[in-house]
Design a protein around this ligand. Structure first.
Ligand code: PGA
Length: 230
């Protein structure tokens, strides 16, 4: 207990998060790590399917994903909103249009995330629900590589708005104004209800809910303002 007060908490913190959470989790870990330098952190950044597998195997302390699994008894805390938006290069003909229809968007070559991706699951569900068929031209297993592919003129995609975290729309990419978008999602921090959290994991969870969340919200707000459709 005394050690806690001296900021000398020791141990390992294992986190597994979906690929889009990489745009805010490291920011939150910065101040945490400064406060608790004795805590070693390992952060797995993987897709939804892989997070669920690690959860099943009980490999990590805490998990962050976009849609809680419904077949498991878990504890869950909402973290942040995760809007999915259509992304195109600035010089794309649709970049200047307003209220683009889904049918029009679907005529463009589309770059899709890999099977097992939560983003893919949601995008596929959304177009199915709207009875529009996407023209999937390519599959790429990384948000960053998809962004490069969009910039390279290979097509458009629908990704987390957070994927533009660092550059906003000052980089080569812009957000399209499409009917029905953004698709509103949430991130959750979860762990099995049966799991006894370690002192270190509990410390992080408390920190996250009390302070980390605000840091994430604040950073998000700042860069979201740069990603508004111009
Ligand atoms: P993904 O997860 O990295 O598996 O696409 C993103 C999400 O589920 O929001």
């Amino acid at each position: 207990k005394l050690a806690d007060f001296r900021g000398l908490k020791q141990g390992n913190l294992r986190l597994a998060v979906i690929t889009t959470a990489k745009y805010f989790v490291p920011r939150v870990l910065g101040p945490f790590r400064h406060r608790y330098p004795g805590i070693n952190i390992s952060l797995q950044v993987i897709n939804r399917q892989q997070v669920l597998e690690r959860l099943n195997e009980n490999l990590d302390d805490l998990y962050i994903l976009g849609q809680p699994p419904d077949n498991l008894d878990i504890n869950l805390r909402p973290v942040l909103e995760n809007p999915l938006v259509a992304i195109a290069p600035h010089n794309h003909p649709l970049a200047k249009e307003k209220n683009i229809s889904l049918q029009r968007l679907a005529q463009e070559p589309f770059i899709m995330r890999e099977p097992g991706s939560g983003t893919r699951m949601v995008v596929e569900g959304f177009f199915k629900e709207n009875r529009v068929e996407l023209n999937v031209e390519m599959e790429i297993g990384s948000n960053e590589a998809i962004k490069q592919a969009i910039a390279g003129g290979l097509g458009l995609s629908i990704l987390s708005r957070h994927s533009l975290a660092l550059e906003g729309t000052n980089g080569p990419l812009t957000v399209l104004d499409v009917e029905g978008l953004p698709i509103q999602r949430h991130w959750y921090i979860i762990y099995p209800a049966s799991k006894q959290l370690s002192v270190v994991a509990r410390t992080f969870l408390d920190y996250f809910l009390e302070e980390g969340k605000q840091i994430a919200e604040q950073t998000t707000l700042e860069y979201m303002q740069g990603t508004l459709v111009k």
